[in-house]
Design a protein around this ligand. Structure first.
Ligand SMILES: C[S@@+](CC[C@H](N)C(=O)[O-])C[C@H]1O[C@@H](n2cnc3c(N)ncnc32)[C@H](O)[C@@H]1O
Length: 213
């Protein structure tokens, strides 16, 4: 094990630990807001070969387009087990493979997927730019990357408040609340096509990007 593996092991064991109660913790947010956001993201996906990274407990599975073949990966085996159970409850007809994999080291050749999707993932990936670089590599050059992420607020006051609270959030639930994900997407070589703000304070964003250099 190298020093750079440590944050991953932490993230993995944290999500393994919270997997049994994850859906319960997220329930109010999911019902009030997130379901609509998920619908918005997945309504854009029509392509045949799709990757979802950080699938978690599979909250996006009900929104998967029926005609697409989806490969969904996550670091945590226990989150994947929940996703497997959810997939089992869904109607037949969805072609889904669930795999344990680190987004920072994706085991796929370059130019494999037409569309890559991640929802609320890059707040917890230990090296988000490396994860986004991997997405850039495995998504076809004419393909699309769709991200739904909460990010550091733009305002001076809220931004600083989130910076102060971030260590607490990381310790409790492994989530960074002050990630500059739009900047990270660019730093990973992806080309931003559109950023839509979904909440007041511009905290939740839908980012549409395409592979770049
Ligand atoms: C906040 S949850 C979001 C889950 C799901 N995407 C959703 O919208 O409900 C973040 C997920 O990212 C996964 N994750 C964190 N780091 C990862 C990594 N390096 N590679 C793959 N998955 C990772 C966690 O195990 C967890 O399931």
């Amino acid at each position: 094990m190298t020093k750079s593996d440590e944050p991953n092991i932490e993230a993995k064991s944290r999500y393994n630990r919270i997997a049994p109660i994850y859906d319960l913790l997220e329930f109010p947010m999911e019902k009030l807001l997130a379901q609509e956001w998920r619908q918005r993201v997945w309504s854009r996906v029509e392509s045949p070969v799709v990757l979802e990274v950080g699938v978690g407990t599979g909250k996006n599975i009900p929104y998967y387009p029926e005609r697409s073949k989806i490969t969904a990966v996550d670091l945590s085996v226990k989150m994947l087990k929940k996703a497997q159970a959810r997939a089992g409850e869904e109607k037949e007809g969805k072609k889904l493979s669930l795999l344990q994999m680190d987004v920072q080291k994706l085991d796929f050749p370059e130019n494999t997927f037409d569309t890559t999707v991640a929802t609320f993932v890059f707040c917890s990936v230990s090296d988000p730019i490396q994860g986004l670089r991997e997405i850039n590599r495995v998504t076809k050059s004419e393909g699309e990357v769709l991200l739904l992420e909460h990010v550091r607020p733009d305002s001076w006051f809220l931004g600083n408040a989130f910076d102060l609270l971030n260590p607490v959030s990381v310790r409790l639930i492994g989530v960074n609340i002050n990630r500059k994900t739009v900047k990270n997407v660019r730093a990973a070589g992806l080309e931003i096509k559109r950023v839509s703000n979904l909440t007041r304070g511009n905290i939740v964003k839908m980012i549409t990007a395409k592979p770049g250099t």
